[in-house]
Ligand binder design. Structure first.
Ligand SMILES: NC(=O)c1ccc[n+]([C@@H]2O[C@H](COP(=O)([O-])OP(=O)(O)OC[C@H]3O[C@@H](n4cnc5c(N)ncnc54)[C@H](OP(=O)(O)O)[C@@H]3O)[C@@H](O)[C@H]2O)c1
Length: 291
C-alpha cells in the first residue's frame, strides 16, 4: 500500500490516476481528514498502516501563478520549506521510504556551455543568491532540508503539461495569456512525470535527486509554433519585447526559466519522450477536462 500526500492537488490527481490504473492500493491523505503536517500524527499513521512507500505531492503553489506566493509567504514557507523536513522526520521514525515532488524552478538559465543543469549542480535561483521568487526560494529550502535524509527520492518537476485543457496546464496558460515571455525551458509531461517517478521505486533505483523533465528544452516561440501547427488555437500570439518589459507590466516576482539535464534518470533506465514530441502529442490529443 502507498501513502499519497497532496493527492487532492494537480500533481496528486495524476498520482491517483496512475496508482488506480496500475491497481496499486493507496491511501490519499488530506489535511482535512488527518493533519499529516504534524510529525507525530504522520508517524503514528505510518506505523499503523506500514505503507511500502510515501509520495509527497503536497506543497504550496501560488494560484494562478507564483506571484500569489509573494502574498502568502507563511503558507508557502510552511508547505514547501518546513513540511518536507517534517515528513522526513516521520518517515525516518517509521522506517518508510518516500519520494518528494520538488521543482526545477530552483535554477535559472543554463550551464555556461548552454547545456542543462545536472543533479550535481548547486541551485542558483534561491534565497542564498537573493535573486529568486519567494516560491523558488522555499522549494530550494525544501531540498536543502532533505540533504542527508535517508531513503528519499527528490523528484524535480518542471512546468507540467499534458493534453487536458486546464488552467494548471502550461499549454493552456500559453494559449490564455494575452502576451508571452520568450524563454528556454525544460518541461515535464505530467503523466510521464508520475510514471517515471513511480518507476524509480518499482525498479528500486538508488535514492537521491532526479531531474524528471522530458529530454531537451523548448523556447516559448517553439511551443507557440507547435500550437499553431496543431490547429488547437488560431490566436495571434504576441510577445513582450524583453524580460524587463514582462517584469514591469505583468509580473511581481522573477520567473525561473531554465534548462535541465535528465540523463541521470535515463542512466537508470527511465526514459521520457523527447520534449518536442511530447508537446506535439499533447496537442494532437487535446481535449477538454471531463466534467
Ligand atoms: N504545478 C506546478 O506547476 C508544479 C511545478 C513544479 C513543482 N510542483 C510541486 O508539486 C507539488 C504539488 O503541486 P500542485 O500543483 O499539485 O499543487 P496543488 O494543486 O496546490 O496541490 C497541493 C496539495 O498540497 C496539500 N498541501 C499540504 N500543505 C499545504 C500547504 N501548506 N498549502 C497548500 N497546500 C498544501 C493540499 O492537499 P490537502 O489539503 O488535501 O492535504 C493541496 O491540495 C508542490 O510541491 C509543487 O511545488 C508543482
Amino acid at each position: 500500500m502507498i501513502y499519497l500526500l497532496g493527492g487532492s492537488g494537480y500533481v496528486g490527481h495524476a498520482y491517483q490516476a496512475l496508482l488506480t490504473r496500475k491497481g496499486i492500493p493507496f491511501r490519499n491523505l488530506r489535511r482535512a481528514d488527518i493533519d499529516y503536517t504534524i510529525p507525530e500524527v504522520l508517524t503514528t499513521a505510518l506505523k499503523a498502516d506500514r505503507p511500502e512507500l510515501l509520495i509527497n505531492a503536497a506543497g504550496y503553489t501560488g494560484k494562478p501563478n507564483v506571484d500569489a506566493c509573494e502574498l502568502h509567504k507563511t503558507d508557502c514557507l510552511f508547505g514547501n520549506g518546513v513540511l518536507p523536513g517534517r515528513i522526513a522526520e516521520a518517515c525516518t521514525a517509521a522506517g518508510v521510504p518516500w519520494g518528494h515532488v520538488s521543482s526545477g524552478c530552483i535554477f535559472t538559465g543554463s550551464r555556461a556551455d548552454g547545456s542543462g543543469f545536472t543533479e550535481s549542480d548547486a541551485p542558483n535561483f534561491t534565497f542564498r543568491q537573493n535573486n529568486c521568487s519567494f516560491y523558488s526560494g522555499t522549494k530550494a529550502l525544501g531540498e536543502e532540508i532533505l540533504v542527508g535524509a535517508p531513503n528519499v527520492y527528490v523528484w524535480r518537476l518542471r512546468i507540467p503539461f499534458n493534453e487536458v485543457d486546464s488552467p494548471r496546464n502550461y499549454l493552456t496558460k500559453l494559449m490564455r495569456y494575452s502576451r508571452l515571455l520568450e524563454a528556454a525551458n525544460s518541461i515535464s509531461q505530467l503523466e510521464e512525470f508520475v510514471e517515471a517517478t513511480f518507476a524509480c521505486w518499482e525498479k528500486r533505483v538508488p535514492f537521491g535527486t532526479y531531474n524528471v523533465t522530458n529530454p531537451g528544452h523548448v523556447t516559448t516561440r517553439q511551443v507557440v509554433e507547435l500550437i499553431k501547427a496543431s490547429g488547437v488555437s488560431k490566436k495571434e500570439f504576441s510577445f513582450f519585447a524583453s524580460e524587463d518589459e514582462f517584469m514591469h507590466v505583468a509580473a511581481k516576482t522573477p520567473r525561473s526559466n531554465c534548462v535541465m539535464d535528465s540523463s541521470k534518470l535515463a542512466s537508470v533506465g527511465i526514459q521520457l519522450t523527447p520534449v518536442e514530441d511530447a508537446v506535439a502529442a499533447a496537442l494532437r490529443n487535446w481535449r477538454q477536462a471531463a466534467a
